[in-house]
Design a protein around this ligand. Structure first.
Ligand SMILES: NC(=O)c1ccc[n+]([C@@H]2O[C@H](COP(=O)([O-])OP(=O)(O)OC[C@H]3O[C@@H](n4cnc5c(N)ncnc54)[C@H](O)[C@@H]3O)[C@@H](O)[C@H]2O)c1
Length: 274
């Protein structure tokens, strides 16, 4: 075994969904720095193009991809574009997802009144939005007999967090889907197709800022304080905190790792609170 090649990703091709988001953008840049050709796939064209330009300026290879992860025909169109450009897809990173504030139980909107449409939107984006690209790019990996799919779960998949009912259920489903697909791909297509997930702890981003910081003062809300108190490392995560684990899961160093959900949480999930 050549130990120096264990983490080598040079020349591989990745597609990242939700790539223009806070966490997706960070991993796209890290992949490009690692010599990976990156399909930057997001529903918002402007930040997508800006990220591609930034990656190229830094000497990396990137392709702007559009497409709604819930629209299979649109994802297939993007698949055709990436295959035309680079001929294969080694990695799929399903980062598109997030909470829907309207699917949150609050004093003004108790659980009993959360609109069904808000629940469905959140479940659909996180769950179906991971399944559809996995169908489209998983098929490419099946034809190649190799590939890696990486899903993004969350702390609330292990134990639900208060208030965010649909997001908790959705990420539990993402973890379950990760295990299901890992078994399915290995048994039916190739043991060299691996499927894993990361479960980030708490990262202050646009989708949770309204819960964790006071809008006017920027100070931590009681919920934000509770999170920090339950995180043994005593801080929120930075997007870069996810990079090493993701690169490991994609790399040959994780060749015998499939169907796992790795917490990256500063110890949150290990801490009983006492
Ligand atoms: N921020 C956190 O603390 C945290 C914690 C755990 C898990 N996560 C998960 O990490 C992932 C990325 O989170 P983030 O904080 O970077 O979110 P973000 O909102 O910054 O990024 C999400 C991106 O997905 C894109 N997107 C939304 N709907 C889409 C669709 N239908 N098709 C294609 N693209 C679409 C958006 O345009 C956006 O760029 C999400 O799955 C999120 O649930 C985040």
């Amino acid at each position: 075994m050549d130990v120096k090649k264990l983490f080598d990703l040079t020349g591989k091709v990745a597609v990242v969904t939700g790539a223009s988001g806070v966490l997706g953008g960070c991993i796209c840049k890290a992949l490009a720095q690692s010599g990976v050709k990156v399909g930057v796939m997001d529903i918002r064209p402007e930040p997508t193009q800006a990220l591609v330009t930034e990656i190229k300026r830094a000497g990396g290879e990137a392709l702007a991809m559009g497409g709604n992860v819930l629209d299979k025909a649109a994802v297939e169109k993007e698949r055709d574009a990436v295959l035309k450009q680079w001929g294969r897809v080694d990695f799929l990173l399903n980062y598109a997802g997030g909470n829907n504030p309207k699917a949150t139980a609050t004093a003004e909107q108790p659980f009993f009144d959360i609109p069904k449409e808000a629940l469905e939107r959140c479940l659909s984006l996180n769950v179906t939005g991971s399944v559809v690209p996995s169908q489209v790019f998983g098929k490419v990996m099946a034809s190649q007999n190799e590939g890696v799919i990486l899903n993004v779960s969350s702390m609330n998949a292990f134990r639900p967090l208060t208030r965010i009912i649909a997001y908790s259920a959705a990420k539990a489903a993402v973890s379950n889907f990760t295990q299901w697909l890992a078994v399915h791909m290995a048994q039916n297509y190739s043991p060299k197709i691996r499927v894993n997930a990361i479960a980030p702890g708490f990262f202050l981003t646009d989708q949770n800022r309204y819960l964790l910081t006071d809008k006017s003062t920027g100070a931590r809300t009681p919920r934000g304080e509770a999170i920090i108190a339950h995180t043994p490392m005593g801080r929120y995560g930075e997007p870069e905190d996810l990079t090493g684990t993701v690169l490991w899961l994609l790399s040959p160093a994780a060749a015998f790792v499939t169907g796992v959900v790795v917490p990256i949480d500063g110890g949150f999930s290990a801490f009983s609170g006492v």
